[in-house]
Design a protein around this ligand. Sequence first.
Ligand code: CS2
Ligand code: MG
Length: 413
Amino acid sequence: MTIETVTVNVTSPGRNFVTLKIVTSDGVVGWGDATLNGRELSVASYLRDHLASTLVGRDEDRIEDTWQYLYRGAYWRRGPVTMAAIAAVDMALWDIKAKKAGMPLYQLLGGASRDAVRVYGHASGTDYEALKDAIAGYRELGFTAVRVQTGVPGLGQIYGVSASGPGVRYDYEPAKRSADGSPAVAPTEEVWDTRAYLSHMPGVFSRIREDFGTGLRLLHDGHHRMTPIEAARFAKDVEPYDLFWLEDCTPGEDQAALRLVRQHSTTPLAIGEVFNTVYDYQTLITERLIDYVRSAVTHTGGITAMKKLLDFAAVYGIRSGIHGPTDVSPIGMAAALHLDLAIHNFGIQEYMPHNERTLEVFQTSFTFNRGFLHPGDAPGLGVELDEEEASATSFTSAYLPVNRLTDGTVHDW
Ligand code: CS2
Ligand code: MG
């Protein structure tokens, strides 16, 4: 059997998604997620204009060879666009292989190492009371781990804080269309003040521990915006509050910077959602400068590459913390869940539930139960794209914000 057709679907049920469809000569359909928030059309073009014709006629079972063909054969390798395109092909081929085998993908990855996949939700609030309300809501849903993000006095809208009110909110979407919902032509801009943030956050964690005790696992996302010494100070200041992890405390491409953070704190560190190959992690992993690998399957070359990356991390006692925002499609989420269930060095899975409109477009079989997800036992990845529903919406450009310091200097968002 061979690959017969390769097509790209771009849909926008509230936010943009790019999906690859591969159909074999026997009519078996495989799906892959190729969504790169704010740069979706670049990946769609890479797939349509540069990869599709090279895949037709290839043996769909030769997944490793196809991965190497697309990575080494491209000449221009690595980067978020290239690796998202390769990831989509890889996911689709694994979907096909598992469907042909009549089993859920995790069975081909070594079978289940656990009964279900522990997830964390996103609790946020513009102020502490709104955050507290959100945390309480997630606990009622059975979550045992929550990421906590809150506004900083003196600053307006900042990363990770849902402005739509207290409680459990699933509607936080950082990539913005124009205010009237029409296509955006440029990013919105946010203002940031690291010193205000460093002064504010330890007190927030202290209040959370007072209100919710020590059992609830707390995660926090620094979102790339501290300098190495600021990150070291922050990690030290929050040590008494026993975080599950501090994420993206400083821009991770400066891998050696994490040595400074490690010198000052035992707060566990997670990095990698903007990484796209194992080479981005090489120092971080071999020097044990992080505790969790944050890559998304969709952005890091797919299941083939993520399994190798997580097996490499396992040698150094580092666990998975796969990225699972709403800008990874349900297909990409399902791919993560199959890996999460199978690998030994599982840490935790991020879970931002997709909106109802998205779940009309993507027919999923993964299930949530009191703080845990399971990929389900449908053959393959367990997610199918409803192409008719998908055709009802079209791409609407949206940009991730640009961040500036109070003096106007561009800063990491
Ligand atoms: C965030 C992401 O979930 C996270 O940890 O860092 O939501 C990130 O802001 C988005 O994926 C950007 O598109
Ligand atoms: Mg993050």
